[in-house]
Design a protein around this ligand. Structure first.
Ligand code: NAP
Length: 472
C-alpha cells in the first residue's frame, strides 16, 4: 500500500478540520490521537470514505508516512508539544519535518527549532488562524523556522490556505519562533477589536436603548463600509440577531459577562512591554477581560461605588449607521492594527526576524479571525514604505484618523459622563493624542526622578547628562 503524504497528530477541533482540508486538497493522510477512541470515532464519522487512515501508535503513524515525513501537531500548547516531540523523535529520520500548528509561546518554538534542526529534522512553528471553519475551508497560516524546512511544506500549506486575490494566505514568515510571534500579535489585535465592538454594543444598548436586531442593523451597515467590513463585525451582527430558543429573547443577554485571557493575548502585552512597544488599545482589551472575570466583586462594588447617572448623548442616527460611534470604532480598530504592526516591526529588529509587513498584511486578508477589507490598505501602506514607523503616519490612515478624532473624543467624553467604561476607545484616544504631541509632560517625571534618585536628565537646549540638587 502506498504511503501517505501528510500526518496529523491531535484530532481536536482544529486538527480534525485541517486533515480534512489537506485530504480534500489531494494529500492522503494518516492521523494519530493520544486517545485512540477519538481516532476511531473520526474515521467512522467525518473521516470515513476519504484517503485518511488511522494509526494506533506513533511508530505505526510514522511507518505509514511517505518521506520526507510532514507531520502537523495540532495539540494543546505547552509541555504536551515537548512530550510528543520526545515520543516521536526515535522513529523519525533526517529530513523529516514536524510542524507545531498550535498557539505555542514563541520562545518555546525558538528552543524547539534549534533542538530539532540540530538533529537534522525540520521544525516549523506555524500559527494557524480561522477557528474550526477556517481550518476546514482554508485558514491563514504563519509558518516560521528555516527557509529549507518551509520549502518542504510550501506546496502543502499553499494548497490548504485560504486564497485571496493576490495568492494564498500563507507565506514564509522568518526564522525561529517568528511564525508563532506573528500569530501571537494577530491574536492581540483580535482581542482589541473584539473589545472595541463589545464597547460599541454596550453604548448602543445602554445609552441608545437599542435591542439586538436594532444593534445588528447598525453592525450590518458597518460591515458594508471599506473601513469596517470584516469577519468580526460580520459575526457580531450574527451574535446580536440570534435568539434564545427558549423564549425568543436576545441570546447574547443570557450569556455570562466574563471572558478569560490567557496565552496569546497576554504574551502580546508582555512582549510589547519587554520590547518597549506602545500597545495601549491591546492592553486595555486584555485588562477588560481581567476585570470582567471579577464578577462577584463587580456585583458588590456596584452598590458601594458611585458614578454619574446614565445619560444619553448623541452617537449619530442609527438609521444612518450611528456615524459618530462609527468614527470611534474605526479610529480604535485602526489604532489596534497600528499597535500590532508596530510591535512586529520592533520585534523584527530585536529578534532579527526580518519580517515583511506587506506579506503579513496579505496573509491576514483571508482565512483568519482579523480578516478585514482594511488589510488591503495596510498592505498598500507597507508596499509604499516597507520601513513605515507607524501605520497612522501613512497618508491614507492619517487622513482617516484626522477625520475621526472628533467622533472618538465625543464618544469617550459622552461615555465618561454616562459612567460607562470604554477602555479600548478611551485608551485609543490617549494613544493618538500622546503620539501626536511633540512635547509630553515626561520632563516633569524626569525632574522628579532626578530629585529623589539622582537619575539625571537630558536637556532640550544642550547635550549631555545633567543633575540638579533640587532639595537644597
Ligand atoms: P485542544 O483542545 O487545544 O487540544 C486537543 C488535542 O490535544 C487532542 O487531540 C488531545 O488529545 C491533544 N493532547 C492534549 N494533551 C496531549 C498530550 N500531552 N499528548 C498528546 N496529545 C495531547 O484542541 P484545538 O482547539 O484543536 O487546538 C489545538 C491547538 O491549536 C492549540 O494549541 C490551540 O491553542 C490552537 N488553536 C486553536 C484554535 C481554535 O479555534 N480552537 C484556533 C487556532 C489555534 P486527547 O484526545 O487524547 O485528549
Amino acid at each position: 500500500m502506498s504511503k501517505a503524504h501528510f500526518g496529523l497528530i491531535g484530532l481536536g477541533v482544529m486538527g480534525e478540520n485541517l486533515v480534512l482540508n489537506a485530504e480534500r486538497n489531494g494529500f492522503s493522510s494518516v492521523v494519530y490521537n493520544r486517545t485512540f477512541s477519538k481516532t476511531q470515532e473520526f474515521l467512522n464519522g467525518r473521516g470515513a470514505n476519504k484517503k485518511i487512515e488511522g494509526a494506533v501508535d506513533l511508530q505505526d503513524f510514522v511507518d505509514k508516512l511517505d518521506r520526507p515525513r510532514r507531520i502537523l501537531m495540532m495539540i494543546k500548547a505547552g509541555p504536551a508539544i515537548d512530550a510528543v516531540i520526545d515520543q516521536i523523535s526515535p522513529y523519525l529520520q533526517a529530513g523529516d519535518l514536524l510542524i507545531d500548528g498550535g498557539n505555542s509561546e514563541f520562545r518555546d518554538t525558538e528552543r524547539r527549532v534549534a533542538k530539532l534542526e540540530s538533529k537534522s529534522f525540520g521544525y516549523i512553528g506555524m500559527g494557524v488562524s480561522g477557528g474550526a471553519k477556517g481550518a476546514f475551508d482554508g485558514p491563514s497560516m504563519m509558518p516560521g523556522g528555516t527557509k529549507a524546512s518551509y520549502e518542504a511544506i510550501e506546496n502543502l500549506v499553499c494548497k490548504m490556505a485560504a486564497q485571496v486575490d493576490d495568492g494564498p494566505c500563507v507565506t514564509y514568515i522568518g526564522p525561529g519562533g517568528s511564525g508563532h510571534f506573528v500569530k501571537t500579535v494577530h491574536n492581540g489585535i483580535e482581542y482589541a477589536i473584539e473589545q472595541i465592538l463589545a464597547e460599541a454594543y454596550d453604548l448602543m444598548k445602554r445609552v441608545a436603548g437599542m435591542d439586538g436586531n436594532e444593534m445588528a442593523n447598525v453592525f450590518s451597515s458597518w460591515n458594508s463600509t471599506e473601513e469596517l467590513s470584516s469577519y468580526l463585525v460580520e459575526i457580531t451582527e450574527v451574535c446580536l440577531r440570534t435568539k434564545d430558543p427558549d423564549d425568543k429573547s436576545d441570546l447574547v443577554e443570557k450569556i455570562m459577562d466574563k471572558a478569560g485571557q490567557k496565552g496569546t493575548g497576554l504574551w502580546t502585552v508582555v512582549s510589547a512591554l519587554e520590547l518597549g512597544a506602545s500597545v495601549p488599545t491591546i492592553y486595555s482589551s486584555l485588562n477588560a477581560r481581567v476585570i470582567s472575570s471579577m464578577k462577584t466583586q463587580r456585583v458588590k462594588a456596584e452598590s458601594i461605588l458611585n458614578g454619574p447617572a446614565l445619560k444619553t448623548f448623541d452617537m449619530g442616527d442609527p438609521s444612518n449607521g450611528m456615524p459618530i460611534l462609527m468614527d470611534a470604532v474605526i479610529a480604535a480598530s485602526m489604532a489596534s492594527y497600528a499597535q500590532g504592526m508596530d510591535l512586529l516591526r520592533i520585534a523584527s529588529d530585536e529578534y532579527k526576524y526580518n519580517l515583511d509587513m506587506h506579506s503579513i498584511a496579505q496573509i491576514w486578508k483571508g482565512g483568519c479571525i482579523i480578516r478585514a477589507r482594511l488589510l488591503k490598505r495596510i498592505q498598500d501602506a507597507f508596499n509604499a514604505d516597507p520601513k513605515l514607523l507607524n501605520l497612522l503616519l501613512d497618508p491614507w490612515f492619517a487622513g482617516q484618523i484626522n477625520s475621526r478624532m472628533s467622533g472618538l473624543a465625543k464618544i469617550v467624553s459622552g461615555a465618561a459622563e454616562a459612567g460607562i467604561p470604554v477602555p479600548c476607545l478611551s485608551s485609543t484616544l490617549d494613544y493618538i493624542n500622546s503620539y501626536r504631541t511633540s512635547r509630553l509632560p515626561q520632563n516633569l517625571v524626569q525632574a522628579m526622578r532626578d530629585c529623589f534618585g539622582s537619575h539625571t536628565y537630558e536637556r532640550v537646549d544642550k547635550d549631555g547628562s545633567f543633575h540638579t540638587e533640587w532639595l537644597e
